[in-house]
Design a protein around this ligand. Sequence first.
Ligand SMILES: [Zn+2]
Length: 287
Amino acid sequence: MLTTGKAILDVANEHNFAVPAFNISDWAMFKGIVEISEETNAPLIVAIHPDEVAHIGRDMIAGIIERSHRSSVPIAIHWDHGGTYEQVLQAVQYGFTSVMIDASMKPFDDNLAITKKVVDSAHVLGVSVEGELGTIGGNDTYAEGGSDTIIYTDPDDAVTYVKQTGVDSLAIAIGTFHGFYPAHLKPELKLDLLKEIKGRVGIPLVLHGGSGNPDDEIREAARIGINKINISTDIKVAYHNKMREVLGNDPKTREPNAIQPACIAAMNEVAAQKIELFGAAGKASLY
Ligand SMILES: [Zn+2]
């Protein structure tokens, strides 16, 4: 069934696992992700970035909502990396049940003020809000792109920010990176920092960009305080690598229903690994 981000993450917080937030940007990927979540009986967050919303068009959101309503697992539809208050209002109008306001590149006071404004409005409308503190960094055109350094989240700031904004969940910078991990940085999560922040704020915490980090660290992070992990690069790479292979050089290969099923299967193999790694398999029964 369709539900809010808060409803999904509060249960994950209580039971010490992380829900995957898969970024999807076409119908085949969305359909595949819902099916693997149902097969593994895992709660699901469908994440759609503003660039992806622009690509798929708002009418597809209606279809995503429709499919989510009749799913056997809880699903939240999440606006990933909202940049402005106005954009968040648009997300609410489209029917998203969860939004992220990412003002993490702004000065702390400005981030706090815009996040509070978003929370005050979104909560009236029953929509959950994720904020972000620190700089995760990224080498693609999405969120925080162009910044190839990580500014770790400060625990004191996190306490102030959560208390004053009323956010439902918080994305933190503890050593992950958006997109492919830069060659000059060593992927390593600061699990002690995670423990400290979790101990002090208590709310569901979020990890963005865990593509290059070792599985053991991600598994541990999900066990000790991370309750949502964004997955974009890993599933898209699997999907399109398989597509290149299927297409080959044969100009006669043309039917989407002869091309996409193998790509979905390759994507879902990765998705199933993530669901298992995060401890989310079977957890839909808790809702
Ligand atoms: Zn992100």
